[in-house]
Design a protein around this ligand. Structure first.
Ligand SMILES: *Cc1c(COP(=O)(O)O)cnc(C)c1O
Length: 415
């Protein structure tokens, strides 16, 4: 894609992708199985380690869906899910007729608060007489969650963890890859993620047997007969051999991409260090090793940004990430929970300067579609949502771009 504009996280090809795709065409493997799928899965297994097995799928959302099925989630069940996330962590719970129970975040990592998690488990058991079926923590913008605490609670109550590591590809906690702590780990290779297959995802599985079962459900649940025999409801969720070819090419530059995102974090730290009222989100301690998929900042509520008195006066065309889909026209300029005026003013100012910045994910417990879902809250995710902004962090963002971005941020602050 030609660009002058600086995007959040634009896909970047290694050049190797075409070789794998050409091979798929040359050998007539243009189907949802084949050598690239097997090769990509082997690459991913080597990358995440811990003797895990990996299934390549059509999307990260599909990976969440199949992991829930493998954890036995059925209609009427409850699933504990981080509230501060993209909707794809929670939507598949509803596909199964199950109910998401939202858990707020802690301020260090911005991810699932272990204290609230345990409180919620105790309260759900008391209220429903049943244990929730799974725990879905998320690694927001690549930051690992407090995994020691979350895994201890998982063991104590014997509830499996499905790690939504869609944004945490290559992030580590205590030196171990995110996505390998829980029973299952979700990866995404959407166009704007750490690596891409144009669209796709994967599920990290505990063993070959679990991998087999996931593949069964991902390929329409076909029984072993000479004709189509179905005893379960299946899905068409397997990754195609063409997409997997892109994935194999991307794996040759995965480490480079991750290093670049971390390098941009170092740059932003240096460039923002004297800017009062703006705080870069960083690893809270040595145990956390974020891939910094997106670098994010918080703007103090008292920070004065040019034009903030006019924030939200005009409706936006489409939604954030609108290029990727169709949106309904909005019925109002405001909702009951939105980023502060100074954050919106900064977003608009950067946009005018050719820089894509974006608010943080709006917590699921504040989404109208989940108005009825029980939520265990402490105010953290709502406060972060109101103050936060994502800055360009992808492989196409140069050092010069980062300097320009911070220059523009400074130029829009009223001293
Ligand atoms: C991107 C993303 C997903 C879904 O991945 P897709 O491949 O787009 O379906 C799930 N969870 C989180 C937190 C994500 O950011």
């Amino acid at each position: 894609m030609a660009q002058n504009r600086i995007y959040l996280c634009l896909a970047h090809m290694s050049g190797e992708e075409q070789k794998f795709i050409k091979e798929a065409f040359d050998t007539n493997w243009v189907v949802p199985l084949g050598p690239n799928v097997n090769g990509f899965e082997a690459d991913l297994e080597a990358f995440v380690g811990e003797d895990k097995r990996v299934v390549a799928l059509s999307a990260g959302t599909a990976a969440v869906h199949l992991a829930l099925i493998a954890c036995g989630v059925k209609a009427g069940d409850e699933v504990l899910c981080q509230s501060f996330t993209f909707c794809a962590s929670a939507n598949p719970i509803t596909y199964l007729g199950a109910k998401p129970i939202f858990i707020d975040s802690e301020a260090d990592t911005w991810n699932m608060d272990p204290e609230l998690l345990e409180k919620a488990i105790i309260d759900r058991i008391e209220k429903t007489g049943k244990k929730p079926k799974a725990i879905v923590p998320v690694y927001l913008y690549g930051m690992p969650a407090k995994l020691e605490e979350i895994m201890a609670i998982s063991r104590k109550y014997d509830i499996p963890v499905i790690e939504d590591a869609a944004e945490g590809f290559g992030s580590k906690y205590d030196g171990q890859m995110c996505g390998t702590f829980g029973k299952f780990g979700v990866l995404s290779f959407n166009g704007n993620k750490m690596i891409t297959t144009s669209g796709g995802g994967a599920l990290i599985c505990p063993d070959a047997e679990a991998k087999n079962e996931i593949m069964f459900y991902a390929t329409q649940a076909r029984e072993a007969y000479p004709y189509y025999q179905h005893e379960q409801i299946g899905y068409n969720y397997r990754m195609s051999n063409i997409c997997a070819g892109i994935g194999r090419g991307q794996m040759t530059v995965a480490e480079e991409h991750i290093a670049h995102h971390k390098h941009l974090c170092d740059l932003y730290r240096e460039l923002l260090k004297d800017v009062e009222g703006i705080t870069l989100h960083e690893n809270p301690s040595e145990r956390f090793d974020s891939n910094f998929w997106l670098n994010t900042v918080l703007l103090d509520a008292s920070l004065q940004v040019k034009g903030q008195e006019h924030a939200y006066e005009t409706a936006v065309q489409g939604a954030v990430g609108g290029a990727a889909g169709v949106t309904h026209a909005s019925s109002s300029l405001h909702t009951d929970c939105e980023p502060n005026a100074n954050v919106e003013a900064m977003r608009v100012a950067l946009d005018k300067a050719g820089i894509e910045a974006r608010p943080l994910w709006k917590p699921m417990h504040k989404q109208p579609v989940f108005a009825d879902a029980p939520a265990y809250l402490n105010g953290v995710s709502e406060e972060l949502f109101k103050c936060g902004l994502c800055l360009p962090s992808g492989p196409c963002v140069t050092d010069k771009d980062a300097c320009y971005i911070v220059e523009q941020i400074k130029a829009n602050i009223i001293r």
